[in-house]
Design a binder for this molecule. Sequence first.
Ligand code: RIB
Length: 307
Amino acid sequence: MENEVVVIGSINMDLVMDVKQRPAGGETTMGESFFTNPGGKGANQAFSAATIGGNVTMLGCVGDDLFGEQLLINLKNIGVNTEYIQKIDGETSGIAMITVDQNGENSIIVAPAANNKVTPQYITLHEHVIKRAKAILIQLEIPFESVEKSIEIAKKYHVPVLLDPAPAQELPDHMLTKIDYILPNETELEQLTNRKIVDQKTAIQASQLLISKGVKTVISKLGKDGVIICQNDRAEWIKGYDVHAIDTTGAGDAFAGAFATKLVAGLDVKSSAKYANAVGALTVTKKGAQSAMPNKEDVQVYIQSQS
Ligand code: RIB
């Protein structure tokens, strides 16, 4: 497949409740509304890439339950190549319990279940898929040693590595030297660098710390505050879009999938990030993760309306 992005990561069913207030320990509160929709950081990124027209293959695992089947069909329907996704016998699919408050902010707890079966052995079995990719896009919602194995294989074949470092955690220096593009949000940037991000200057300083440790390009996703791109000693800022946030779930994933797609299609880093910025902004204007992601016509109309 031409310009193929291989997304390696988690596939979850999101159980989402809108709430006025999150309960404290021992407290019961009433929620507003409830819905389920396909999620998982890996699957969200694959979906986003496919919905704007990218060639995407996903590596990951689902359970042999009803959710597993629904998650697979949903990815297949949007055009993601799901032939290597493994259905694990006797295992449940990954689940994310999500609450969304009145400002559109979410809190998420993930039960990984089948995602834990994305083992280094599974990754090795799919070395040929990574080898033929134009880039791999990976997150941290599968076992860490599988992330390491994926990066090791990609590097062996000179395939660029894009890492979305979510859920946030510190990364070993030896891994940072192998990352071509890292795409943290503000919280993840803080966690990766142990620095407090309060403004553009501190975001650039933290990004440059990652560059000094060997990351080639840092794309910091700062939501309404835009995007900061750092390469070598250069930093560039892309303005954020002013949108009314209904639900921020999956916006960072939508950005990552769109960025990877545009990059492998030959756009430069800044143009890819600008496009992805619009995709992320549109995603927060609707409820859900994959259910909120725009297709390429939506993105085109939006970008034109803003220029
Ligand atoms: O990034 C958002 C995603 O995080 C949700 O879809 C949920 O499944 C968790 O993986």
